[in-house]
Structures are given as structure tokens and as C-alpha cells.
Design a protein around this ligand. Structure first.
Ligand SMILES: [Zn+2]
Length: 287
């Protein structure tokens, strides 16, 4: 009986986080289209991209509406991109996996926000080859704040009271140091790559958007974490870049957005332990 309750409780949580993820995916779609166009992400409400009719709430349910409407607008029957339900579904799975990894914790809240930001960055970078500062700059601050308050505050306050000294908890000190170190190490590495590339090839290879994105990841993951993410992204970038050159017969000088590889590497870094443990491997590489 207790087992059944535990099982049902888990199912209900899973469904709840899946719906939350799908809704955040819907929000990510809105951000990815509006931020590059310079339109507010809050108002006006969503409209059909074809006939501009405001979309009624019951036609705006993540994943389901697209399926029921068979990918067509309810008013003008114009096509609705399959990108919408795909992004919503991927975000739903992503949030579900994050919940599985971190539980309903402080970490889950920040990591979910980070991952949704990474989805928006990926969609924008693929389409426009830019990474908006309005996401990465507040993201860098959020990463430092996340680490500063991540310490076990109960333990920290006990230490302060028992010693009779009112000092900033040492653990938080270390977390902030690691976070700022991650910004400098990640951003510095990419800045160096960008400068060397420009000196040798006499053209822009790595953009400043990538430098700020990797700084944001450093703020969240710290020094060791950002190095793992850079390493993973370079492997992903090389493999997928070669594939694009071969399949599409592009010349090797063809520019590919790097933001999506950094984003994917960051998500793999967060979920890596879990994914590797499923495969029975524990190399202690991931955060
Ligand atoms: Zn329409």
C-alpha cells in the first residue's frame, strides 16, 4: 500500500514537471522569436505569424494544440511551424530529467532557468548567428548569486552563532570565488581563442557573444565545470561541424554558430552523471 502511494506520488510529480517543462518550452519559443526582433516578451499576447489573429488560450496549450490543429492555424489554416511542439516537448523532457537529477531543490530552480535560457540562446544563434546580451549578462549575475546563496545556510548560521563571530560564511566565500574564477577562466579562454584566430585568419571566428555565454556558464559551474563544458563543446563542435561539411558539402571555412554546442555541452554536464550512471560508468567528471 505504501509502495503504491510512493509510486503514484512519483507519477504525479513527473506529470507536473513535464507540464511545467512544456509551458517553459512555449515561453522559450516566444523569447526566441521576440528577442531578436526587439519585441516585449510579455505583451502583446501570442498571435498567428501568418494572419496575426491573437491566439485564444485553448488553442495555445503546449504540444497538444499543435497536434489537435494538425499544425494549422485555427483561423487562417496557415502552417504553424513544427518547431513549436518539438521545442515544447524537448523542454518538457529536459525539465523532467533535471527534476530526476536534482529533486525539488534550490538547485533545480536555478538549473531549470539556466537550461531554458540555453534553449532560447540555441534557437536564436542557429537562426541569427547572435547571442543576445539581454540573456547572457543577467545570466552571469544570476550564476554568481546562485553560488553565493547555495551554501547550506543552516550550517553557516550555526557556525556563526557558536563561534560568536558575525562573519560571512566561509563556504559562501569559496563558492563566490569559484564562480568568479569560472567567469574569468571561461571568458578568458574564449577571448584568447578569438584573438589568436583573428590574428592568424584575419577574420572573426569566435564572436563576443560566445565569450559572454561561456562566462555565464563559468558563473554557474565554477572553474572545473567550465573547463569540462569547453572540452565537451569542442568535441561536439568538431563532430557535428565535420558532419555538416560532409553532408551539405560546405567548404571548411563555412561558419557554424558555436552557442548551440556550448549549450548542449552545459546540459550534458548537468545531466552527465545520471546518464553515465545509467550506462554503469562513474568517472567523476561531471558536476
Ligand atoms: Zn492564422
Amino acid at each position: 500500500m505504501e509502495n503504491l502511494f510512493f509510486f503514484l506520488n512519483n507519477i504525479v510529480s513527473a506529470i507536473w514537471f513535464f507540464i511545467l517543462g512544456a509551458s517553459l518550452g512555449s515561453f522559450a519559443n516566444v523569447c526566441a522569436r521576440r528577442i531578436p526582433a526587439g519585441i516585449s516578451i510579455i505583451s502583446p499576447r501570442s498571435r498567428c505569424t501568418n494572419c496575426k489573429t491573437p491566439i485564444r488560450a485553448y488553442y495555445n496549450i503546449p504540444i497538444l494544440s499543435w497536434i489537435f490543429l494538425k499544425g494549422r492555424c485555427a483561423y487562417c489554416k496557415g502552417d504553424i511551424s513544427v518547431e513549436y511542439p518539438v521545442v515544447e516537448f524537448l523542454c518538457a523532457v529536459l525539465v523532467l530529467l533535471l527534476y530526476r537529477e536534482f529533486g525539488a531543490t534550490y538547485d533545480l530552480f536555478f538549473y531549470t532557468a539556466l537550461c531554458i535560457a540555453l534553449v532560447v540562446i540555441t534557437l536564436i544563434d542557429i537562426r541569427h548567428m547572435i547571442i543576445p546580451d539581454v540573456i547572457t549578462l543577467p545570466g552571469i549575475v544570476a550564476g554568481v548569486v546562485f553560488n553565493a546563496f547555495r551554501t547550506d545556510w543552516r550550517e553557516a548560521t550555526e557556525a556563526v552563532f557558536s563561534s560568536g563571530m558575525v562573519s560571512f560564511p566561509q563556504a559562501a566565500d569559496i563558492a563566490i570565488f569559484n564562480s568568479i574564477g569560472g567567469i574569468l577562466l571561461g571568458g578568458g579562454t574564449f577571448l584568447l581563442i578569438a584573438m589568436v584566430y583573428r590574428a592568424i585568419r584575419k577574420k572573426e571566428g569566435m564572436g563576443m557573444g560566445d565569450v559572454k555565454l561561456v562566462s555565464m556558464l563559468g558563473a554557474f559551474f565554477g572553474m572545473w565545470g567550465v573547463l569540462v563544458v569547453i572540452f565537451l563543446s569542442s568535441i561536439l563542435g568538431t563532430l557535428i561541424g565535420l558532419l555538416v561539411i560532409i553532408l551539405r558539402k560546405k567548404d571548411p571555412g563555412y561558419a557554424i554558430a558555436y552557442g548551440p554546442f556550448l549549450s548542449l555541452a552545459a546540459i550534458l554536464y548537468l545531466l552527465g552523471n545520471d546518464l553515465l550512471l545509467v550506462a554503469g560508468i562513474n568517472i567523476g567528471l561531471f558536476g
